[in-house]
Design a protein around this ligand. Structure first.
Ligand SMILES: [Zn+2]
Length: 435
């Protein structure tokens, strides 16, 4: 291992400033995004779409979000002139707007150090309060504290260990009713999507808080919540590279597997770039090659899960299978109805608009995703949610939006719980109120 790390270090000394962009970063110094920007381009034809894809494939840009009509991407300082020239050349004629003028400046302005202990937090046993993005140790404090405070209602299970041997923890909340259906919620599959992690924690917090007064359809569910599927990547994104996405598996030239490409359904199908180790969507050497995705798989081997929710960022979308193909699933109508209910519940909660539909996008299919795997294993309610926002902040959502985003996810989860009732009534008002 030491030899491998040394080799990676040598590679890095000769690589350019966009080490993180190349997914090679193994250095023990924080990655700087000085001079990097986030651009948006409007896409109106196939040639323009192909150019954006090519720039991404060639690692001139790092795509944050691609929709049929626009692309948002990060561009390093050294690439700006060349990429601008190519965008504006014939036949593309593409303009861009700047969404983030200086990524490093934005990172610095958003930095919120972990609060020191106070009398209040010492009494609580944790420092989580949804005003900042918690590091892993704060999340672990919280999980440990709730397992004591809500002993009769919750427990914390270790479901596996990461590549770097960190525990992967799952909170279970249950009133022990033997007839309960089970919902599995996962977040933090992608390291930089911090808002997904806080949203999962917020759901957990709201469940435990005043549990007895929740509606029956919320109480009569066994809730399984894994807030951080990818603890190594999450820690790395806090300590070294805010925009790190994958896990921290070390390979000779690059690091990391995209865990949402590593599940055992449609794994690496028709996807040449996902076979390359240095790509952000590297799918791994085989399906479930990674301990983090295997840990999630292990849950459904021991528990009968009725609904699965994978929380990601960003884009404000409620997606259901398939993510890899345009083929319709047999449960498409029900999935559509529940996603529509979720969208309405979120709208009525905060006025936010979440689009919904099958996850498959002709422009951007996802192979080897968790949501497709769960559906293929008989979890017929399977949803991949992209939380806030639609691009203004992207992955760098200010912590002031943690609570409102959490509320949106709680409203959505209430609808999923409602859908698991023996005779669910879709578009029911009752799905909107939880707290
Ligand atoms: Zn994601």
């Amino acid at each position: 291992m030491l030899l491998l790390a040394t080799y990676c270090l040598i590679v890095l000394t000769v690589s350019d400033a966009s080490a993180s962009h190349d997914n090679r970063n193994l250095r023990n110094v924080p990655v700087s995004y000085e001079g990097a920007q986030v651009w948006r381009t409007t896409i109106t034809n196939d040639a323009q779409m192909s150019l954006i894809r090519k720039l991404h494939d060639d690692r001139d840009i790092s795509l944050w979000r691609l929709t049929p009509d626009h692309g948002d991407f990060l561009i390093h300082a050294t690439r700006k002139v060349d990429v601008n020239r190519r965008l504006s050349s014939q036949p593309y004629n593409m303009n861009h707007t700047v969404l983030v003028l200086d990524v490093q400046h934005r990172l610095d302005s958003l930095a919120t150090p972990t609060p020191t202990w106070t009398g209040k937090t010492l009494k609580l046993g944790h420092r989580l309060d949804f005003t900042f993005y918690p590091e892993l140790d704060v999340i672990n404090e919280y999980l440990s504290a709730i397992s004591t405070q809500y002993k009769s209602l919750s427990e914390i299970q270790t479901i596996g260990y990461s590549v770097e041997n960190r525990t992967i923890q799952m909170a279970v909340v249950s009133n022990k009713n033997p007839k309960n259906a089970a919902i599995l919620i996962v977040a933090g599959v992608h390291a930089r999507e911090w808002i997904g992690v806080t949203s999962a924690l917020y759901i957990l917090d709201q469940l435990l808080n005043d549990f007895d007064n929740h509606p029956v359809h919320v109480k009569n569910i066994d809730w399984y919540i894994i807030p951080v599927v990818n603890p190594d990547g999450y820690e790395y994104s806090h300590k070294k590279d805010r925009l790190w996405k994958k896990n921290r598996r070390k390979f000779p030239n690059c690091c990391g597997v995209d865990l949402n490409r590593n599940f055992g359904k449609y794994w690496s199908m028709n996807d040449a770039t996902s076979k390359k180790q240095c790509r952000e969507n590297y799918a791994g050497t085989k399906e479930f090659s990674e301990p983090e995705s295997s840990a999630v798989q292990s849950v459904i081997e021991t528990v009968k899960i009725s609904a699965f929710v994978d929380i990601h960022a960003f884009g404000q979308e409620l997606n259901y299978p398939w993510a890899a193909t345009a083929e319709r699933t047999p449960h498409g109508k029900v999935l559509h109805d529940v996603a529509k209910d979720m969208s309405k519940a979120i709208l009525s909660k905060n006025g936010s608009t979440y689009k919904f539909g099958s996850g498959y996008r002709k422009i951007n299919p996802t192979y080897g995703s968790a949501v497709d795997f769960m559906y293929s294993e008989g979890v017929h309610h399977a949803y991949a949610i992209e939380t806030r926002d639609t691009g203004q902040y992207g992955f760098l959502l200010p912590p002031e939006q943690i609570v409102d985003t959490g509320k949106e996810l709680v409203a959505a989860m209430c609808c999923v719980a409602k859908a698991l009732e023996p005779q669910p009534q879709f578009r029911s008002k009752a799905c909107h109120d939880w707290f």
